[in-house]
Design a protein. Structure first.
Length: 429
């Protein structure tokens, strides 16, 4: 079979995968964001997941006929450009709404677009995180309706959950073992072999699409629950005036103790996926207690940090109303420009409710994106004489600065991530 790949959605997940397939096959990257398509065709990735030199090696620009390339990546907004493909890989976002309910709209829209160009013998593989059943119960009917073709007769479907770790330059897409699945035994083998050609870490063929879907949501739900546990420990130990990180270091000397750390839990996976599993559980008539309680606890940590800083300021007779605070970091994780579902914003908003003046400094975040999405301006560089400095995100750049020098006398240095020298800080989570 001559393979021609279409990757639908060129974000943190889709682009690295498209680049790897483009090294071997003609690959069309389809996205509805014009600025994103333009920057990629110029060889630049603002997410920093793909190095500029690697992107320029595979991007094919100014092609009049997309059917004439034998390998390489073409990025486009024209859905007709993917008509000649026979493998469609969907990597669009699956967020939640303000009520924490799953939003499948991007997935349905992607399925509609594919359905309009679908042909007999084609394969559609979904990578977007969903609850068990979405691929076959929500997406397949859309494909059938738009194409007029029959599922498992004319076209085949698979699910292979994305396993991208944004900002991680060691565990890149090819080095993380990939779970695969297909709608028939033969389709499953075809899809598994396709991924084996680019995933050097290997693959795990799941027995069904629903098993693969469920595996994805429990991966991040498990991490969420474990982090919620240590976050609760941090709250307890802070009341007992015991340093949480010292307790964890002692406990980690036992071989089977799980080394989780307290912190803010955001991003597009851990902070979202548990709600997808909870939604399906509730539809089945079960109310998930541990999953949702862990989510509630983790969602509250930004407010908790802000309240702890305020208490420390009050205890030192520092003013709160009108005080000047520096917050270090606004992205959802260290050494990464991604601000999606960042929980650092919760610290900012809670402090704002106390009428605090807050400078936010983050050399990794895009200033325009922060302004558009979060509603405030980043500062170019920190000033002096702050009443408090809060390290919210552990970017490497922040570990090399003497932040106490930015404080007034008796000012508070609070370390959310537990990465600064213990002798230099006033408190940490």
């Amino acid at each position: 079979m001559n393979k021609k790949i279409a990757v639908i959605g060129l974000g943190y997940v889709g682009l690295p995968l498209a680049v790897e397939f483009a090294k071997k096959y003609p690959t069309i990257g389809y996205d509805i964001n014009l600025s994103r398509v333009d920057e990629l065709n110029k060889g630049f990735d603002h997410t920093l997941e793909v190095k500029e030199e690697h992107l320029k090696q595979v991007v094919v620009s100014n092609v009049e006929n997309v059917e004439k390339i034998d390998k390489g990546l073409i990025c486009t907004m024209n859905v007709e450009d993917i008509r000649s493909c026979n493998f469609y890989i969907v990597t669009v976002p699956t967020p939640t709404d303000k009520n924490k309910k799953p939003v499948l709209t991007p997935l349905i829209r992607a399925s509609e677009s594919i359905g309009r160009v679908l042909k007999k013998g084609d394969y559609i593989i979904y990578e977007s995180t969903v609850y068990p059943g979405v691929t076959e119960e929500e997406c397949v009917p859309v494909l059938e309706k738009e194409s007029g073709l029959s599922y498992n007769q004319d076209f085949f479907v698979g699910y292979s959950p994305e396993r991208i770790n944004p900002g991680d330059k060691l565990r890149t897409v090819t080095k993380i073992l990939k779970v695969t699945s297909g709608s028939t035994p033969y389709a499953a083998q075809v899809i598994d072999e396709l991924y084996k050609e680019v995933i050097t870490a290997g693959t795990h063929l799941a027995p069904s699409i629903k098993v693969a879907e469920a595996a994805k949501v429990i991966e991040n739900s498990q991490r969420d629950i474990n982090i919620a546990f240590v976050n609760e420990l941090a709250k307890i130990f802070n009341l007992l005036k015991i340093d949480t990180h010292s307790v964890l270091e002692a406990a980690e000397t036992k071989w089977n103790f799980l080394p989780f750390k307290p912190g803010l839990v955001g991003g597009h996976c851990i902070g979202v996926d548990p709600y997808y599993l909870a939604q399906k559980a509730q539809e089945a008539g079960y109310h998930p207690e541990i999953i949702l309680s862990g989510r509630r606890l983790n969602d509250d940590m930004g407010k908790y940090v802000a309240s702890e800083v305020v208490k420390l300021m009050v205890n030192r007779s520092l003013p709160v109303l009108g005080s000047n605070v520096l917050m270090l970091g606004i992205t959802f994780k260290e050494n990464c420009p991604d601000i999606r579902n960042t929980k650092a914003i919760d610290i900012y908003q809670e402090l704002k409710s106390y009428n605090v003046n807050i400078d936010v400094y983050d050399p990794w975040a895009n200033s325009k994106e922060v302004k558009n999405e979060l509603g405030f301006e980043l500062i170019e560089y920190p000033g002096q004489n702050y009443h408090s400095v809060i390290l919210a995100v552990a970017h490497n750049e922040f570990l090399e600065v003497d932040w106490r020098a930015k404080l007034i006398d008796d000012g508070i240095l609070y370390d959310v991530k537990g990465v600064l020298n213990l002798d230099d800080i006033d408190a940490r989570l």
